[in-house]
Design a protein around this ligand. Structure first.
Ligand SMILES: [Zn+2]
Length: 214
């Protein structure tokens, strides 16, 4: 059974893991699966049409939309413009039936209102560092949360429902197995059980076929 690295910027194969590489428009394609979108930090450099072209050209390898979202600390766009761009990503996710990988900084208070308009979509909030209250507020949405080694709030990661978790390496050079070990330690569970659960979570979103293709 594979590890799942749900979000990574490091383009490197790992036979033990299914990885979702975060592709930026214009970059060379990775060998692994990928997601494509416009990060709020670079939101003035790319267009949503470029994103759609890549999805259309690689319907099997492009398995998710994003990362996209809000960064209210660091983005060249205003909040309003970031919201417009996020709607455009969500519309692509609906059109091509793919889940969305979210990057959300200082935006916990607005995301609930927006995703309510897209109740059919599945979301993965990558690098979640929020409080447990947010998870409770969003419980009626199909929202998953991804853990990386920069996560701060251990209480959240101890208590979050196991059916809603993933692990990621993001832009760090950590081994995904190390991320699993850390999360297993926080949750006081066995790393193998955690691996089985995350694999199941992956299958619930992406179906059985993907695991065999990788
Ligand atoms: Zn990232």
């Amino acid at each position: 059974m594979h590890f799942i690295d749900i979000h990574t910027h490091i383009n490197q194969q790992n036979a033990d893991a299914i990885r979702i590489y975060n592709l930026i428009p214009g970059e060379n394609l990775p060998e692994s699966f990928f997601s494509v979108g416009i990060h709020p930090w670079h939101a003035n450099k790319y267009t949503i049409d470029q994103v759609e072209e890549i999805i259309k050209a690689h319907p099997d390898k492009c398995i998710a939309i994003g990362e996209c979202g809000f960064d209210l600390l660091r983005s060249p766009l205003s909040q309003f413009e970031q919201e417009e761009l996020l709607h455009a990503h969500f519309k692509l996710a609906q059109k091509y039936k793919k889940p969305v990988i979210l990057h959300l900084v200082r935006a916990s208070h607005i995301i609930g209102r927006i995703i309510k308009e897209y109740p059919d979509l599945t979301y993965i909030w990558h690098g979640f560092t929020g409080k447990i209250d947010i998870i409770h507020q969003l419980k009626d949405n199909d929202m998953y949360y991804s853990f990386g080694l920069s996560a701060k709030n251990e209480y959240v990661w101890e208590h979050i429902d196991e059916e809603r978790i993933f692990c990621e390496t993001d832009d760090r050079n950590d081994a995904i197995s190390t991320v699993y070990e850390k999360l297993a330690e926080i949750r006081n569970t066995d790393a193998d059980l955690l691996k089985k659960q995350i694999y199941l979570n992956f299958k619930n979103i992406f179906g059985d076929g993907l695991a065999r293709q990788d």
